[in-house]
Design a protein around this ligand. Structure first.
Ligand code: PLP
Length: 574
């Protein structure tokens, strides 16, 4: 007997998803698969919260079937709904599948608006549904009159479900709320797929208040950076949620995904700061792409940028990039033949992409060594995240040495925040600091522990310290006050701080703690630090000049000079 003759003939006609052959692509480009730059799948190249890996390492939750109660509550709080409105899925993909099974009987229809995410049609067809495509307009807006005509005009297959993606894939544009409100009046269920909403879209969740035919689809794959753990969810009206629950396999979401999601929610400040980095990088990438001849990047509210090409087809451009080991997405649909979609990556990946694009677009072959040189594994870059929790304080710091002076600082001590901002903006570091300390006692522990954690982050971000300019100094005036800071990033901790103040406090910070902050920083960062307030009348000015000078001196010393890369490094001491 041919066993296949027992399987459903319908399923035999479907095609399996074929993942790209990374080995073959890498071999063609002459690099190992881990060197490929994969900007084709809208993954998140910025690490998830470090609490995720810590929590996974500690947890033994996998020994038992998972309990979804706390996660549903946390998601409900995050999404602005109640736990009864949340249905968990093994990725957003499973929510798509469950929804089709809930609404669509064999022969009934699902409306999609191509270009659209492929799983809508794949799942509909697997469940004997009919797919009714209503192509989007050239500017990617929905063809509302055509959708309304199809629903109201009595199509042969009765439409039960409509998929709308906002922000859209592959275009990255949000669907206006007026459009959603018009669609929600139609007699069918509407899935608003918000897989990318955290990167800048507006959510449709508030519309659930008045519309029980709405299902908002969300995922942890993109914003939380845990695509491999497969966690998605629906936010919907209680009756739809209850009905979906009848179909949902009891333990469809694995225990590791639950642990990772809870850890993500515990670290939202950092996750939000990573999201804003992705958004900033997206805008930088878009601006850089716009400078290239023949490429028109479109605005995006997602973690990718769609580009129209003026000269080549998307397939040609993606093919040429793939030869060098850089993967971007092209499309076979005629409306997108002249387009490519590029996922937002890390700045160093963008540098390689842009260099390769420049060569290809000017008719030259890209430098074959570009990729192997540029993607030497440096997963952290000159970047570090450090957290420290004690009975007195909880401090987390993220520091990117090659930043642009952006900062997000919240220690609950206004003057300390102001001083840390001086280090970031004058050092051109990207700095996130969050501290919660026992301020009901006094500010001592908070100031000291922020210095410890910032020092440790600086130490880690400096890596093995070879190739650094290493010494740097700066004078910084602030009106009548002048300060001077000299640093040596040698790895030898030492501090000489000469800073006298006339008042006991500036804001909520005791002035004696400012010198203590600098010393603690120097020892934890393993740097030699000589800092002096040379003169001044106003204490705020004296302190601010000192921190400005510190930022400038650190910037000068932490730059890299390839001529110095042969400086010997012994156990991190130069
Ligand atoms: C528009 C859209 N919806 C849903 C998904 C599914 O995401 P996941 O199954 O990883 O949650 C994706 C993934 O790329 C997507 O692009």
């Amino acid at each position: 007997m041919d066993i296949m003759s027992l399987t459903s003939p319908h399923i035999r006609g479907l095609e399996a998803y074929e993942p790209p052959d990374w080995e073959a692509l890498a071999a063609r480009a002459g690099v190992s698969p881990d060197r490929l730059i994969r900007l084709d799948a809208n993954e998140n190249y910025y690490s998830p919260s470090p609490r995720v890996s810590e929590a996974l390492a500690r947890s033994e939750a996998y020994r038992f079937y998972p309990d979804y109660g706390p996660l549903k509550e946390a998601i409900a709080r995050y999404a602005g709904a109640s736990p009864e409105q949340i249905v968990l899925g093994n990725g957003g993909d499973e929510i798509i599948d469950l929804s089709i099974r809930l609404f669509v009987e064999p022969g009934e229809a699902v409306i999609v608006n191509p270009p659209a995410f492929g799983m809508y049609s794949v799942s509909a067809e697997a469940h004997h549904g009919k797919v009714l495509p209503v192509p989007r307009n050239r500017d990617f807006s929905l063809d509302l009159p055509a959708i309304e005509a199809l629903v109201q005009g009595g199509a042969a297959a009765r439409p039960k479900l409509l998929f709308v993606t906002s922000p859209g894939n592959p275009d990255g544009q949000s669907v206006p709320v007026e459009t959603l409100l018009r669609l929600l009046k139609l007699p069918l269920a509407i899935i608003v797929d918000e897989a990318y909403v955290e990167f800048g879209g507006a959510s449709a969740v508030p519309l659930l208040e008045d519309h029980d035919n709405l299902i908002v689809l969300r995922t942890f794959s993109k914003w939380a950076g845990i695509a491999g753990l497969r966690l998605g969810y629906a936010v919907t009206s209680p009756p739809i949620a209850q009905a979906l629950e009848r179909l949902r396999p009891p333990y469809n979401v694995n225990a590791a995904a639950v642990v990772a999601a809870m850890a993500t929610f515990e670290d939202m400040d950092r996750v939000r700061s990573t999201l804003s980095t992705v958004i900033t990088e997206r805008e930088r990438l878009r601006a850089a792409l716009a400078e290239l001849p023949g490429i028109e990047p479109l605005p995006s509210r997602a973690n990718f940028v769609l580009c129209r090409l003026k000269v080549r087809t998307g397939r040609e451009l993606a093919g040429a990039l793939a030869e060098t080991g850089i993967l971007i997405r092209c499309f076979s649909a005629p409306a997108l033949e002249d387009a490519v979609r590029i996922t937002v990556g890390r700045p160093e990946q963008h540098d390689v992409l842009l260099a390769a694009l420049r060569s290809i677009l000017s008719g030259e072959s890209p430098d074959p060594g570009l990729l192997s040189r540029a993607t030497e594994p440096q997963p952290e870059g000159r970047r570090a995240s450090v957290e420290r929790r004690t009975r007195e304080t909880e401090v987390s710091v993220t520091l990117e040495l090659d930043g642009s002076g952006r900062y997000e600082i919240d220690t609950r001590l206004g003057f300390l925040d102001h001083m840390l901002a001086q280090i970031a903006s004058h050092g051109l570091f990207d700095l996130t600091v969050r501290a919660r300390g026992d301020l009901h006692v006094d500010e001592h522990h908070t100031v000291e522990d922020v210095a410890i954690v910032l020092g440790q982050a600086l130490d880690r971000a400096l890596g093995d310290r070879s190739g650094l300019v290493r010494m740097g100094h700066a004078y910084a005036p602030l009106d009548e006050a002048l300060a001077r800071v000299v640093v040596d990033l040698s790895g030898r901790p030492y501090a000489v701080i000469e800073a006298c103040f006339e008042t006991a406090r500036i804001g909520a910070v005791g002035t004696d703690l400012l010198a203590h902050f600098m010393e603690t920083l120097a020892f934890n960062a393993r740097i030699s630090l000589h800092a002096q307030v040379l003169y001044g009348r106003n204490d705020h000015h004296r302190a601010e000049a000192l921190f400005k000078a510190l930022g400038r001196a650190l910037d000068a010393a932490s730059r890299q000079d390839p001529r110095r890369s042969s400086v010997p490094s012994t156990k991190g001491v130069l």
